[in-house]
Design a protein around this ligand. Sequence first.
Ligand code: ATP
Length: 560
Amino acid sequence: MKFITLAQTFDRFEQLSGNALRSAVAAFLKSIPSSDIKSVVYLTQGSIASEFDDVNLGMAAKSAMAAIASASSEDEHQIVLLAKKVGDIGTVAEKYATARSGLLSVKDVFDGLHRISVTSGTGSQEKKASQLMQLLKKCTPLEARYLARLVVGALRLGLASKTILDGLANAYATKDTKKELEHAYNICPDIGLIAETVAKKGITAVRKIDVMVGRPVQMMLCQRVSELPDVFNRLGSQVAAEQKYDGERVQVHKQGTKVTLYSRRLENITTQFPDIVLSAQKLKAQSCIFEGEIMAVKGDELLPFQTLMSRRRKHGVDEMTKSIPVRLFAFELIYLNGKSLLHSAYTLRYSKLQTIIKGSTGIALARRVVCSDTDCIEELFESVVGKGGEGVVIKSLQPDSTYQAGVRGWHWIKWKPEYSEGMQDTFDLVVIGAYWGRGRRAGSYGGLLCAVYDKKKDRFESVCKVGSGFSDDDLQMFPKVLKKANARLNNVVVLKNMEPDVWIVPNTVIEVLAAEITKSPFHTAGGGLALRFPRYIRIRNDKTPQQATTSDELKRMATR
Ligand code: ATP
């Protein structure tokens, strides 16, 4: 495929959105020769490799400008000034490109970008600039626009992997196989490889994609329940309850003595934990993939997450391993000695995990009990929380308890102090806006925008949207009780993107139960705090808006 075709396509994608974009992506994916599809898909993501590959394209913008200057024999200063003015290096490269017809193939560009990415060491920025200059000389203006954006990591087409998977499903498979593509991507988060497999060999080959050492799997996540006894309804009469460690989730890949650690975001974090690598090398398994939570420790004491975060660094790691020792608490095994265990039941995975971890010093099994009643879970829970821990994760022991890659499914349920109602905090909030309801809630409000009261400034600051906990009676009552305002009142402070369908006069106080207070870019309470998982309890007719929870109280609770 010619690079000009790709540049023209990127240009078209930038002008489309919604369904039109999705259709254009599918049609384009279908048109790509299968020999190019892998590289093209990576390029649409602004990259030249999969998400988890340690490839860094990011060339310094300064070097890219130097390349534009030497390719066009223009004054570099002019180029810097223009880049500053327009704020986009692509527009600058486009202005100075001179080639009349597209000579480059996608492969030329892809290989060239690879060369740039692997150029390192002294004088590497100059060498990178010279490599880029060679490519730019052959570019038409449109090609130069996208090449320049790619090389500095600024190609933002907004085509998430989900859109590519949808496009692939439309282009190469049926609607029913979309789920299979998504499943394959959860096991193998390499969108280029998935595209190449389906384009070259069809959906049957995609079904065979399995876990592999050195290629991270998207991690399995937890569901939550609002009442502890519900876990037995969900998971059956017997469950495993484990300590929920508040550290860093890690997926360890071991092949002989080669050990790689991946974070929850699938970043390669191996160099940060040489101590864990050493322990993993000694495990009794030729090859394996297992997961656990890394915790900073002082003897047997578990230290807070913030302490562990000081290990997130590139330099001085050796000193850090001494000053902040860590331990890995393992809880999952998904591959062992050449065999995937993704589809095996959790009990089997766990018994094999026990065998390989036995005798290790730096790696221990997560604290765990098998329970048949809530008292048993609560005993562990209280002991964990009593020592400042986060809670417990309750796991299914049923025969169907496979490892659900990338899924927040019902095989794992988390239980934290905030979920047990007695320990959850309630807040008295002022209703300042409402959103029209849909379905069962049509004709009434489906959600309420709520605020806390800032005593000093005498104003109401938005803190959350409440959309759950309403009975049918509540839904009927809201439009009658909540008085509409024609516009936002001056004492109501809301960011633009949180504006409600209807402004409400800030007179009504409601009681809300919420799981936690978090920082939020969307709310104005206390300088950017929000309530997570808010649930409506009742109207507090007995309270004036000024007697609602204040911003100061919220700030205090947030630091508790
Ligand atoms: P949270 O903020 O509650 O951790 P989350 O969205 O980050 O939520 P969830 O999947 O909902 O993640 O919660 C499970 C997380 O808890 C895992 O991602 C893992 O990092 C951590 N964890 C700690 N101990 C365990 C354990 N024993 N088993 C499974 N996960 C555990």
